[in-house]
Design a protein around this ligand. Structure first.
Ligand code: PGA
Length: 255
């Protein structure tokens, strides 16, 4: 059965002391409160803090650490890059792949993202695969075709067993960091569409197993309503994950 997940994407924020303090607050919350086996907290700090935060979380099975990116290459002369194998070796469990900021500012295309997904799966970590349409596509009512193409090109080419290991995050680009959240109805409609697409490609079983997170200006004020939808299995949270109190309220909104 799929899990309900609150994942914090810290992006390029926080200095080391701030990052470790935030991680410790979340860890303390998880120790003193019952999270429940059907729920999971994921923290995606900037790369330099991954190993320390993975160590902090070592005894908290309900908190996993995610990297925000990895290289599509195996190893070698790729200055500045971090391989999936390196992430695995320091205790990282998930890797965010295909965030719209990586697609937009780093030119990551479908084929690069497919290779990254493959590296993550081969290293026995789990991709958090992001998809979502820009505003002009939504205005033209082409969002379903757009998202289905993103998924088909980079994710739905893997086997059923491989896809089962993935988490999908639906993040409409117009909602990311803008304060303009998708309505509960818009989120449910897209999540249901994504789940149907997986069922069509594989089976209902596989589709039922995959957590589909909503991302884009999710906050303590709207999390409960968004998460109450049948096909919304939690959120990928940017801004609101940088404040412990807000992120904890979002964790509490998981169904
Ligand atoms: P936001 O970011 O919550 O700040 O909109 C979400 C994301 O980019 O993952």
């Amino acid at each position: 059965m799929r899990k309900q997940i609150a994942a914090g994407n810290w992006k390029m924020n926080l200095l080391a002391d701030e990052a470790y303090a935030l991680a410790r607050r979340i860890e303390k919350y998880a120790i003193t409160n019952t999270i429940g086996t059907g729920r999971e907290i994921i923290l995606a700090p900037p790369a330099p803090y991954l190993e320390t935060i993975a160590d902090i979380m070592h005894f908290s099975p309900q908190i996993s650490v995610a990297a925000q990116n990895c290289s599509e290459h195996l190893s070698g002369a790729y200055t500045g890059e971090v391989s999936a194998g390196m992430l695995k070796s320091i205790g990282v469990k998930y890797v965010i792949i295909g965030h719209s900021e990586r697609r937009q500012y780093h030119g990551e295309d479908h084929s690069t993202l497919r290779k990254k997904v493959e590296r993550v799966i081969k290293n026995e970590m789990r991709p958090i695969f992001c998809c979502g349409e820009p505003e002009e596509i939504r205005r033209k009512a082409e969002h379903k075709a757009y998202v289905s193409n993103q998924l088909e090109e980079s994710l739905l080419c893997f086997t059923a067993d491989e896809v089962r290991t993935c988490v999908i995050a639906y993040e409409p680009v117009w909602a990311i960091g803008t304060g303009q959240t998708a309505t509960s109805k818009q989120a449910q409609e897209m999540h249901h569409f994504i789940r149907s697409l997986i069922a069509e490609h594989y089976s209902e079983d596989v589709a039922d197993d995959i957590s589909i997170l909503y991302g884009g200006s999710c906050n303590p004020g709207n999390a409960q309503e968004l998460f109450s939808n049948k096909d919304v299995d939690g959120g990928l949270i940017g801004g609101a994950s940088l404040k412990a109190d807000q992120f904890i309220e979002i964790i509490q909104a998981l169904t």
